[in-house]
Design a protein around this ligand. Structure first.
Ligand code: GAP
Length: 573
């Protein structure tokens, strides 16, 4: 469906999510816990619908798939065998000046970084990591400028500049940086949007930050023609009355395992250390033989599961895009070696089509095969399906060819053979083998964010802005709203009767507060596809109701006797 707005900014999504009860900051009354979120009444309906849509399409509607639900806590040897104990690490660097920690791969040093400090009219350039800071009154803003940021090759361009602090969150892409950007008053950042210039071989960018900020992170993201990305992180903060700025120059590096530890047993010293799983996949691999024996499935077949995963991510951000606790929907699809590449392609196509069928605009999706150096330790080939967010292309999901890596590794470590007996193979020495695995892995939270981003639109109607979520009816949190024309005592009993009828089959909301126009707008904003209005004509003339369509705003009159069939037909489209 045609949109007025091609791209929505993250701050609008964050604000809608809080205002209407999709997503809240976790532990908000205590100041929040970094990068953890809670789903509100509408968010949890949307999440549940996404999970259900995935489960129906990829488990229940296929003869070659079954589902399981494995425990979050697993035997520690699982992670030794899978390679996560050794290789699931990020190179962590600590800045000697401010002691902040970053991922090293986010810290490509591109050149000297300088600070401009003062007001707009009176600026001094100071290079180096520490600046004397006078009283807050004297300097109300700091401009930080990347000077001499030399790109790695000629095709490299600056695609995004991002500024994140504790109380605010904003991102602007390259195209927007040229303009002055006004943020809502409650944002504590002024993103001045100085023109992002390419002066001979250099780039520069300026931000304006109130000095009352304790810390802020600035990320400049460069991309070259082949799609490779170089982010550069600059940490800015105040400490002991001195303003500090750190660039990647002054760091020490070490490896940091992303798995979150916990302890089983009453006394921490003697208890056994276990991990909160970083992926749901291993719960499937270790159950391979159990499922095979119980279901007598033949190759090719797959096992899917949905569940929480945890990673002690060093760099989080972009709202729910990368969090430390998240939910995954993963499939391990077991195939005969030699057919793995064909199945890899099939799964890529199936998932691409699934997003399109659920309403995501095709032009906002792309496939990005991983370069050799990006591949995980278990993968022969991985392709990401990416979505075009307001800050650029971002990974929505990955489809990996895991070969026989995991089944063989668990066979070696457990001493239990995880293989398949193939009665179609004649050579007796080759009848037993570990199948290859194709793994489509998707985050529920990541998918939900994409569905929100893609559905959001703002239309101007008679001078007013209509915010509308064009969510597909299969995932919309509320399918039908029942709206009496007013709270008139004659209308209410009939409206409640219609409400009871409709909610027997669909997730329905009854709303009688404020004018009918405002109620339509409220439902549009949360993506309710259909609204049913009960009016005096219903009582006095035709025992019929009006159905209003969210996307076209067209209204049709339908007898109550035909209401359920009509709703079913329209919602199943
Ligand atoms: N078993 C393979 C695996 O876990 P991955 O690419 O690390 O692969 C798969 O994760 C998907 O899980 C990602 O494409 C993304 O949708 C989601 N995901 C991964 N890390 C996440 C995080 N920190 N926050 C939210 N979603 C995440």
């Amino acid at each position: 469906m045609a949109r007025t707005l091609d791209q929505v900014e993250m701050d609008k999504i964050v604000s809608l999510c809080k205002r209407r009860g999709f997503i809240f900051q976790s532990s908000e009354i205590y100041g929040g816990l970094a990068s953890t979120y809670d789903y509100g009444p509408l968010g949890i309906e949307l999440k549940r619908n996404i999970r259900d849509a995935w489960w129906r399409r990829f488990i229940q509607y296929r003869d070659d798939m079954v589902g399981i639900e494995s425990a979050i806590l697993m035997h520690p040897q699982v992670w030794v065998a899978s390679g996560h104990s050794d290789t699931f690490t990020d190179p962590l660097v600590e800045c000697k000046a401010c002691h902040h920690r970053f991922r090293q791969d986010n810290l490509t040093y591109l050149g000297e970084v300088g600070l401009l400090i003062g007001s707009n009219t009176n600026l001094d350039i100071v290079k180096g990591s520490t600046l004397p800071m006078a009283s807050e009154n004297q300097y109300d803003v700091v401009l930080i400028r990347g000077l001499g940021l030399t790109p790695p090759d000629a095709s490299t361009v600056l695609v995004a500049a991002r500024l994140i602090g504790p109380d605010f969150h904003t991102e602007k892409t390259f195209a927007e940086v040229g303009a002055v950007i006004d943020l809502p008053k409650d944002e504590r950042v002024l993103f001045v949007g100085r023109k992002l210039e390419r002066e001979e071989s250099d780039y520069s960018v300026a931000f304006q930050i109130p000095l009352s900020l304790e810390t802020a992170t600035i990320t400049l993201v460069f991309q070259n023609a082949s799609g490779a990305v170089w982010p550069m992180v600059i940490e800015v903060g105040t400490s002991d009355g001195r303003l500090q700025m750190c660039s990647s120059k002054e760091v020490t590096a070490r490896h940091f395992n992303l798995m979150l530890k916990t302890f089983l047993g009453p006394v921490e010293d003697t208890a056994s250390q276990v991990y909160l799983r970083p992926e749901t996949a291993q719960g499937i691999f270790v159950n391979f033989q159990n499922v095979l024996t119980a279901t007598r499935k033949r190759l090719p077949f797959g096992i899917g599961q949905i569940g929480k995963s945890f990673r002690n991510e060093i760099t989080t951000g972009n709202f729910t895009f990368r969090t430390r606790e998240f939910e995954q929907m993963e499939i391990e699809f077991f195939v005969k070696p030699g057919t793995d590449e064909e199945w890899h392609q099939k799964w890529v196509d199936d998932f691409m089509q699934w997003f399109i069928d659920l309403g995501v605009r095709e032009e906002k999706l792309r496939l990005r095969p991983h370069a050799q150096r990006e591949l995980s330790h278990y993968s022969k080939a991985t392709s990401d399906i990416e979505y075009s967010f307001s800050w650029g292309w971002g990974e929505l999901m990955g489809i990996a060819n895991r070969t026989d890596f995991d089944l063989k590794a668990h066979t070696r470590h457990s001493g239990i053979r995880l293989d398949y007996f193939d009665d179609e193979v004649h050579d007796p020495d080759r009848k037993h083998y570990a199948p290859y695995v194709v793994e489509p892995a998707l985050g529920v939270d990541r998918a939900l964010l994409v569905f929100l981003f893609d559905a959001y639109d703002e239309e101007i109607i008679e001078g007013d802005t209509r915010v509308v979520l064009h969510l597909h009816s299969a995932i919309a949190p509320i399918k039908v709203a029942v709206l009496p024309l007013s709270r008139n005592e004659r209308l209410v009993p009939k409206a409640r009767e219609v409400y009871d009828l409709v909610r027997s089959r669909f997730t329905t909301q009854y709303d009688d507060a404020q004018s009918i126009g405002r109620r339509y707008r409220r439902q549009d904003e949360i993506g309710t596809p259909l609204a049913v209005t009960v009016d005096f004509q219903t009582l006095d003339e035709d025992n019929a109701v009006t159905i209003r369509d969210r996307d076209t705003m067209e209204q049709v009159r339908v007898p109550i006797s035909e209401l359920m069939d009509t709703l079913t037909e329209r919602l199943d489209r």
